[in-house]
Write a protein that binds this ligand. Structure first.
Ligand code: B12
Ligand code: SF4
Length: 631
């Protein structure tokens, strides 16, 4: 972990030198539009991702205000080779990507590499893809040379440390890429854990990758730069390949990004073997304070009119004390009539086990604005993983949440041992969907268990031959790795698994349920004593007068919500069927080829000072001493 204050200190140090370096930076968020379907459709494009915003905020906070964030979600034709900021090719081009969007991330880097080496920006890639697979942004093919200059396998502190090192040796008028090259060759980057850079004989052809080790994490998230800053940097949606002269105006942000994602807490105490989150967080649980969160919400509401929020939490209820600090602070603001806090609603993720532990506090948590809770139900029977959930506990947690005015959203995981339907017990997929709908779920997700980089099971999923390499002659590419496609299974008829997922959605979202939702909506839940409306400017008297109207309008929207979600689900399902049905047919035709090795780096990887590379997988080649690549 970083020492307390270390992140705050580096932010200050950079601010002191920023004015000497008139840096321009473009940060792109890679997004592959082929991934748009249930259950993420809408959230995938209407939430400006927190990762790029965090990096943009860190740049502005450090004094580099000439920064622009481009979301491929909104700007699918964006071409880095055409970007100009402040009238010039930017000094730094950054890309953020998850594994699902690998193809788009590579295309962005390849296009940036079309800029001639003299004028090319320093290309830095970060985010969940390179955290686990940093080699993915380097090429070793002399016939097709392209590469990022650097993969950052960490968070804000790593990026700021990199900038501090490079700027410390940058000569007046020197390009960032040239200064970076000198810092790398002088070994100055080796003291910054969380970087992977290439060495090679030719530009953009990597002979070996040097891994400076695992990042140190910031423990107190209040030390992070203010994430609100990032919203002022967003490029407006457009069909153009180039950038607009200015970022989107504050008054239009809420229109395109009505849901704001907020980092409240990070980490989880459970150790589900298919999940990389506990290891990524080095088994730490990190949080912001209630006051800090209340301040961020207030500014996002006032400056950008954002009213809906989603917590980027892995398990918001992980630690009772920390949860209550946040919830009680927000609830106090509501009680005091603070308009932003009264007006907002937010959702986040938590486990069944922790929801039950906090059952006495759920009304207060609802009062803090929590409106929907995404819950890792996985398989209710506990066959897949045991993290304190059973049929009874799940239903109890659902009842408690609904009784407190919070909508539970089950996240289910289908797997080889789960039948579609069962008699006599509730282990079948449809049985569980029925139970959860009856228990009050308005929305739900079902994903197939798929390999997740960084998880305990990841390597074994490949070496044991569970993961598919190709199906019916079609290679399994990263963009189908979101759990919507069957890409790892021992089932003799995997196409049935693919149809099971569609059947579960169809069972949940269908015209009959839509009609029932109009007659007997599941969304009519007791609003207990949750009046989060702000007082009117005229004071208490008019507040009392308008209360019946508020109650009626809330009841009406509550009444229609279930039917609206059903309509939305059916629309999303059309996209899901359109994209995954063909895959089911390929599965039916068979000819499944399986992996026998984990997809590791082909380029040799090493650590610094003779250490092994921290981010290499077991099958990665290591450079032999005699082959050590010159720069
Ligand atoms: C919110 C969320 C979503 C939302 C995203 C909505 C949105 N537009 O923002 C929704 C619900 C749509 C979603 C969907 C999916 N998600 Co999701 N999601 C999350 C979650 C919980 C929070 C993301 C977030 O905002 N984090 C906060 C930001 C600040 O963190 P960050 O993005 O990692 O960025 C930091 C660093 O990575 C780094 N960084 C990031 N970019 C860059 C760039 C540069 C240049 C640098 C230097 C550094 C850097 O610095 C940042 C600041 O600390 C994360 C888990 C988590 N706690 O992060 C999973 C996570 C991102 N999701 C994940 C996955 C797998 C998915 C799905 C495929 C579903 C699934 N099978 O689980 C789908 C994909 C949908 C799609 N079409 O894209 C994985 C990605 C794994 C991977 N290796 O790529 C994560 C990490 C969870 C996990 N399993 O560990 N998700
Ligand atoms: S409870 Fe959720 S976040 Fe925690 S380890 Fe399991 S899957 Fe990951």
């Amino acid at each position: 972990m970083l020492k307390p204050g270390e992140l705050a200190d580096i932010r200050l140090r950079l601010r002191n030198i920023a004015s000497r370096h008139d840096l321009t930076t473009v940060i792109a968020c890679a997004f592959d539009h082929r991934t748009r379907m249930l259950p993420f459709i809408y959230a995938d494009t209407r939430m400006a991702p927190a990762g790029v915003r965090a990096i943009g905020s860190a740049m502005v906070d450090a004094g580099f205000a000439k920064t622009r964030i481009v979301l491929q979600q909104w700007n699918r034709n964006f071409r880095p080779s055409r970007m100009r900021l402040d009238g010039r090719i930017p000094d730094i081009f950054m890309v953020s990507s998850t594994q699902l969007h690998t193809a788009s991330c590579k295309a962005l880097i390849q296009d940036a590499c079309r800029i001639d080496p003299e004028n090319r920006p320093l290309i830095v890639v970060g985010g969940p893809m390179v955290i686990y697979e940093p080699w993915a942004v380097f090429s070793d093919d002399p016939a097709n040379p392209w590469a990022a200059d650097l993969a950052v396998t960490g968070e804000e502190y790593v990026l700021l440390s990199l900038l501090e090192v490079v700027l410390s040796i940058r000569a007046a008028g020197e390009s960032m890429r040239s200064a970076f090259g000198r810092a790398r060759d002088g070994g100055l980057l080796d003291g910054v854990p969380g970087l992977v850079y290439a060495r090679g004989r030719r530009d953009c052809v990597s002979d070996e990758l040097v891994d400076t080790g695992v990042q140190r994490l910031v423990g107190d998230l209040d030390e992070l730069p203010d994430p609100v800053l990032g919203y002022s940097l967003l490029e407006a949606p457009s069909r153009s390949g180039a950038l607009a002269p200015r970022a989107i105006g504050a008054d239009r942000v809420g229109k395109y990004a009505p849901v704001g994602s907020l980092v409240l807490t990070l980490g989880c105490k459970f150790k589900c073997p298919y999940c990389p989150i506990p290891a990524y967080n080095q088994r730490q649980y990190r949080t912001k304070s209630g006051e800090r969160i209340a301040g961020e919400i207030e500014r996002l509401y006032s400056e950008y009119r954002i009213r809906m929020f989603f917590g980027a939490d892995d398990n918001f209820f992980n630690n009772k004390q920390r949860t209550l600090d946040i919830a009680e602070t927000l609830a106090r603001k509501v009680d005091a009539g603070s308009r932003p806090h009264c007006k907002i609603r937010w959702g986040t993720e938590a486990t069944i086990h922790d929801t039950l532990r906090l059952k006495d506090h759920l009304p207060a948590i609802r009062r803090a604005g929590l409106w929907a809770l995404w819950m890792g139900v996985e398989d209710m029977s506990g066959v897949l993983v045991k993290k304190g959930q059973t049929d009874d506990k799940t239903l109890e947690a659902f009842a408690l949440l609904r009784g407190s005015g919070i909508f539970p959203v089950p996240m289910m995981m289908h797997h080889d041992s789960q039948p579609l339907q069962t008699r006599g017990d509730q282990s079948g997929l449809l049985n569980q969907v029925r139970l959860l709908r009856k228990a009050g779920a308005l929305y739900m997700q079902v994903l197939m268990l798929s390999p997740s980089p960084g998880s305990k099971l990841y390597v074994e999923t490949y070496t044991s031959g569970l993961a598919y390499k190709s199906v019916d002659g079609i290679a399994v590419e990263p963009y189908i790795g979101d759990g919507n496609y069957v890409i790892a299974s021992r089932a003799p008829d995997p196409w049935k698994k693919q149809f099971n997922i569609l059947a579960a959605y169809l069972y949940f979202y269908n015209p009959l349920n839509f009609l029932l939702a109009l007659l007997r909506p599941k969304s009519m839940i007791p609003f207990v004593d949750v009046d989060t409306s702000p007082p009117s400017p005229n004071g208490q008297a008019s507040r009392r007068r308008s209360r019946p109207f508020r109650i009626i309008s809330r009841k009406m929207s509550g009444y229609l919500a279930d039917a609206a979600v059903q309509l939305f689900g059916m629309w999303g399902l059309v996209h899901t069927i359109r994209r995954t049905f063909i895959w089911a047919l390929h599965l039916m035709r068979g000819n499944i080829k399986r992996h026998t090795r984990v997809p590791a780096s082909r380029i040799p990887m090493r650590g610094v000072n003779g250490a092994p590379a921290s981010h290499a997988l077991p099958a990665s080649p290591t450079p032999k001493a005699k082959d050590k690549a010159p720069v």
